[in-house]
Design a protein around this ligand. Structure first.
Ligand code: AMP
Ligand code: MG
Length: 472
C-alpha cells in the first residue's frame, strides 16, 4: 500500500489550494519507474498495472492523500508576475521526504486560461530527459510514471493524445514561492516559508537567528546552483526557461519545457521558440542564475536587516563575491572534460580554445569531447583538422591530461532532440519500443553499447530540431 505524508499541509492554507485531480477516460500505463519507487520507499507491490494507471492519472486518490496545488509568483523573462501557481499539477504528498506530483491532471484555481492538461508528447519528453539527466549525475526532478489518459487535448497543431506525468522532487519550493509572499509584503508567511525550506533542505541553518538564516540560505543556494549550472554546462544542457518559478530552492533541475541538449556547439545557442532575445541561451545560464539569486535576495532583505541599505550592503559584501563560483565551476567542469584534474585558472585559455574550435567548425558538443581519446593519440578522424586544433592539441598534451578521469564526464549518449521526437512519434503511432529502447540506452550514457550507433549519431538534415516548445 502506498502511504504518503504531506508536510505542505502544515503550512497555512494561503500556500496552496486543496484540490482533486480531474478524472480521465481510460488511463493506461506507458512507463513506470519501479527502481525509483523503491528508492523513495513507495510500496506498490499490491497494485496491478491498471491500479497504477488509475492512481497516477489522478482517477483514484490514495487513502489519506490530500492533493494540493501550490501557489507561487515569478519573474518571467525579467518581468514580475504577481501570481502563478500549479495550474495543471496536483501534489499528492510525500514518500521518504520526496514530493510526488501529477502534471497534466486538470485545472486548479491557478490555471488562468489553460486547460490544466498536458499532451502526451511533453510527458514522454520529460520522462526521457529527466531520467537521462539523473544518469548523467545532474541533480534533477525524477520521472516516476507516464500515463496516457485516453482523452484528447487541443494544442497548436490540433488534437493530440493526453498524458499525465508523475514527477518526484526533493521539493517544489521555487524562488517564485518566496516572491509570491514578498510581492504581497506578507512577511509572516515569508518567514514560515523560509523555515520550511530550511527544514527540508538546509537543516544546519535551523538554529540561526532570522537575519543569519536569510543570508546563509543565499550562500547555500549560490553553492547549489553554481554546482548545478556547471553540470548543465558540462553536458551541453539548455534549460530554456530559467524564470524564477522554474528555479529550485533545492538546487535541482525543475520544469522541463523547451529544454534541449546542444548538438553543434554554439556559446549562445537557444532552442526555445519563446526565447527570442536569447536570455536563456547556453552560456547565459550562469549570469541568469546569479540574477535569479539576487531576486531571492530582494525577498529576504527585510529579514537580513531592518535598514534596507545595510541589508543591501550585506548582500553586496557576502553574496556577490561568491558569484565568482559560477565562472570557476563552469571552467573547472570543462577542464575536467579535457582530462585536467588539477584545474587552475590558467586552463581557462585551453578550455576556450577548444570551445572556440568546436563553435567555429560546427562540431557536435558531446562527441567533440567524447573522441578526445583519439585526438590524444594523434587520430583526427572525428575532427576537422585545422591549425587551431593542432595548436590546441600541442598545448593540451603539455598539460598531461588524464582521459581515464574524464570517462564519466563525457557521455556518448544524450537525449538528442530527434531521438526524443522519434520516441514520441512511435508512441503516438502505437509502438512503444523505441521509447523504451531509448530510455535503456540513456541509462548507461558513458560506455559504448553494442549496435547502438543510431543513439550517438547527431541529427542530420531534416532530423535537426531548431526550435523547441513549452510543454503545453
Ligand atoms: P511551466 O511551463 O511548467 O513552467 O508553467 C508555467 C505556468 O503556466 C505555471 O503556472 C503552470 O501551472 C501554467 N501552465 C502551463 N501549462 C498549463 C495548462 N495546460 N493549464 C493551466 N496552466 C498551465
Ligand atoms: Mg514552471
Amino acid at each position: 500500500m502506498i502511504k504518503l505524508d504531506n508536510s505542505y499541509l502544515n503550512l497555512p492554507d494561503d500556500f496552496y489550494e486543496k484540490i482533486q485531480p480531474e478524472a480521465v477516460d481510460s488511463p493506461s500505463l506507458i512507463a513506470f519507474n519501479f527502481s525509483l519507487a523503491e528508492e523513495i520507499g513507495l510500496n506498490i507491490d499490491s497494485y496491478s498495472q491498471e491500479d497504477l494507471a488509475e492512481i497516477f492519472s489522478g482517477n483514484k486518490i490514495i487513502e489519506n492523500s490530500q492533493p494540493l496545488a501550490l501557489v507561487y509568483a515569478a519573474y518571467q523573462f525579467g518581468h514580475p508576475v504577481a501570481q502563478l501557481g500549479d495550474g495543471r499539477a496536483h501534489l499528492l504528498g510525500q514518500s521518504n521526504g520526496f514530493d510526488i506530483q501529477l502534471k497534466g491532471s486538470g485545472r486548479t484555481s491557478f490555471s488562468r486560461n489553460g486547460d490544466g492538461k498536458s499532451a502526451l508528447g511533453p510527458v514522454l519528453r520529460e520522462y526521457i530527459v529527466s531520467e537521462a539527466m539523473n544518469r548523467l549525475g545532474v541533480p534533477t526532478t525524477r520521472a516516476l510514471c507516464a500515463v496516457k489518459t485516453g482523452e484528447e487535448v487541443y494544442r497548436q497543431d490540433g488534437p493530440e493524445p493526453g498524458g499525465v506525468f508523475t514527477r518526484v522532487a526533493e521539493s517544489h519550493i521555487r524562488v517564485g514561492s518566496f516572491q509570491y509572499f514578498a510581492f504581497r509584503e506578507e512577511f509572516e508567511s515569508l518567514e514560515l516559508l523560509l523555515d520550511f525550506t530550511i527544514d527540508r533542505h538546509y537543516p544546519s541553518l535551523r538554529s540561526l537567528p532570522l537575519h543569519e538564516k536569510a543570508i546563509e540560505i543565499l550562500k547555500a543556494i549560490t553553492v547549489k546552483q553554481s554546482d548545478l549550472i556547471a553540470k548543465w554546462s558540462s553536458f551541453g544542457f539548455v534549460h530554456g526557461v530559467m524564470n524564477t518559478d522554474n528555479f529550485s530552492m533545492a538546487g535541482i533541475t525543475i520544469d522541463y519545457g523547451p529544454c534541449a541538449f546542444l548538438e553543434e556547439f554554439q556559446f549562445n545557442k537557444v532552442f526555445s521558440s519563446i526565447d527570442q532575445r536569447g536570455r536563456y541561451s547556453f552560456f547565459n545560464q550562469s549570469p541568469i542564475a546569479k540574477w535569479n539569486i539576487l531576486r531571492l535576495a530582494d525577498c529576504l532583505l527585510n529579514f537580513i536587516d531592518e535598514d534596507q541599505e545595510k541589508a543591501i550592503a550585506r548582500v553586496e559584501q557576502e553574496i556577490i563575491p561568491m558569484f565568482a563560483m559560477f565562472e570557476e565551476k563552469r571552467f573547472k567542469a570543462f577542464a575536467s572534460k579535457l582530462g585536467l584534474t588539477d584545474y587552475s585558472e590558467a586552463d581557462n585559455e585551453l578550455v576556450m580554445d577548444f570551445l572556440n574550435y568546436l563553435e567555429e567548425n560546427s562540431m557536435d558538443f558531446s562527441l567533440g569531447f567524447y573522441h578526445l581519446k583519439d585526438l590524444f593519440v594523434g587520430d583526427f578522424k572525428n575532427y576537422k583538422k585545422t591549425k587551431s586544433l593542432e595548436d590546441f592539441v600541442i598545448k593540451w598534451k603539455q598539460r598531461t591530461p588524464d582521459l581515464e578521469s574524464s570517462k564519466e564526464i563525457n557521455p556518448l549518449y544524450i537525449p538528442r532532440n530527434h531521438l526524443v521526437q522519434k520516441a514520441i512519434d512511435g508512441v503516438y503511432a502505437g509502438d512503444h519500443s523505441f521509447f523504451h529502447q531509448l530510455n535503456e540506452v540513456l541509462s548507461s550514457p558513458f560506455k559504448e553499447q553494442e549496435a547502438k550507433e543510431e543513439f550517438s549519431r547527431p541529427a542530420q538534415g531534416t532530423e535537426v530540431v531548431e526550435k523547441t516548445f513549452c510543454g503545453t
